[in-house]
Design a protein around this ligand. Structure first.
Ligand code: UDP
Length: 315
């Protein structure tokens, strides 16, 4: 297959590049490095089946030759980064999705949208199933991401219905692993970075809010299966192992041997109180469920951040 991955230098995008290249496909990655990083794809520079285009996906997309698939992963995705780039986040979810769909339509390519559990907002239904419409504050600080992704889902299905584009929608829940940006404020890199520097871990609020964490290799396998499936309606992809943020912080301190403890700091506005995917649809349709345990995934992630921090101290 010949695949375009927007956001190809991002955390998940770069792992998708690796996955499809290892499978024998040709990959074109596009990124403007707002939150993606050249480091994430540096190892692919000389790969014969890899091309990189530095471009903002909200501008007109010109790709020579055919495409089998367009995977639209470009977007700031952590609360800290989408609040730092609110206009860019709205633009890439709206205008960028429109451009990527237009390109898929012109090429007769399959289109896969990276959507998010944030479409459920601060959910009133638990765990979240795909038929739940969500509880989103459109005008709060997170609205820039949540509404952009809700629009992105709407325009994806409009292209499917009006133009017969072959579309897929993945609703991605919290995902972690190597190449998470250390400074993007997400709880996994943030707490691991603090622990490795021997600092107290910043837990927002009383830490009773919950999340469930999916290791990136599991997520990438789910994306590949969804792309290969016939399912047009959204599919949740995430790990259903739910835990409180306080318990998560205690785990990070235990795994790293950090003795500095936890500090409780104010909770961000509209921070969802509970989040956990119902993945029965993915199990049924894709035969997919996460395989990597939290301990195993965290061990790999901690080792990655330890190398990264050591390297930056040396420089
Ligand atoms: N969080 C925290 N300490 C941090 C960063 C995040 O307690 O240093 C909390 C945050 O308030 C949220 C959860 O951890 O309840 C997950 O936050 P993240 O930024 O990873 O993404 P979200 O799941 O909110 O999109």
């Amino acid at each position: 297959m010949r695949i375009l991955i927007t956001g190809g230098a991002g955390f998940i995008g770069s792992h998708l590049c690796d996955y499809f290249l290892a499978r024998g496909d040709e990959v074109i990655a596009m990124d403007n490095f707002i939150t993606g990083s050249p480091d994430n794809i540096a190892h692919l520079k000389d790969h014969p089946r890899f091309t990189f285009i530095r471009q903002d996906v909200t501008e007109y997309l010109r790709i020579e030759g055919y495409l089998d698939a367009v995977l639209h992963f470009a977007s700031p995705a952590s609360p800290v980064s989408y609040m730092a780039y609110p206009i860019q986040t709205l633009k890439v979810g709206a205008l960028g999705t429109h451009k990527a769909l237009g390109l898929a339509r012109a090429k007769g390519a399959r289109f896969l949208l990276a959507s998010t559990s944030e479409v459920y907002g601060d959910p009133l239904v638990h765990p979240q199933r795909e038929d739940y419409w969500g509880n989103v504050n459109p005008i709060g600080p997170r609205g820039v991401y949540d509404e952009a992704k809700r629009f992105a889902e709407a325009i994806t299905l409009a292209y499917h219905r009006a133009h017969n584009v072959d579309t897929r929608i993945a609703r991605i829940f919290n995902t972690y692993g190597p190449r998470n940006a250390l400074d993007d404020g997400r709880v996994v890199p943030n707490l691991i970075g603090q622990a490795l520097r021997g600092e107290p871990l910043t837990v927002h609020g009383d830490g009773s809010q919950t999340r469930s964490f999916c290791y990136v290799s599991d997520l990438v396998e789910g994306i590949a299966r969804l792309l290969a499936s016939n399912e047009v309606m959204p599919v949740n992809l995430g790990n259903p192992n739910e835990m409180t943020i306080r318990a998560f912080a205690e785990k990070i301190n235990a795994l790293t041997g950090n003795k500095a403890g936890i500090v409780y700091v104010p909770r961000p506005v509209d921070d969802p109180s509970r989040r956990c995917p119902d993945i029965s649809k993915a199990k049924r349709i894709l035969g997919w469920e996460p395989k990597v345990s939290l301990d195993e995934g965290l061990e790999k992630t901690i080792a990655y951040f330890a190398r990264k921090i050591k390297r930056s101290v040396r420089q």
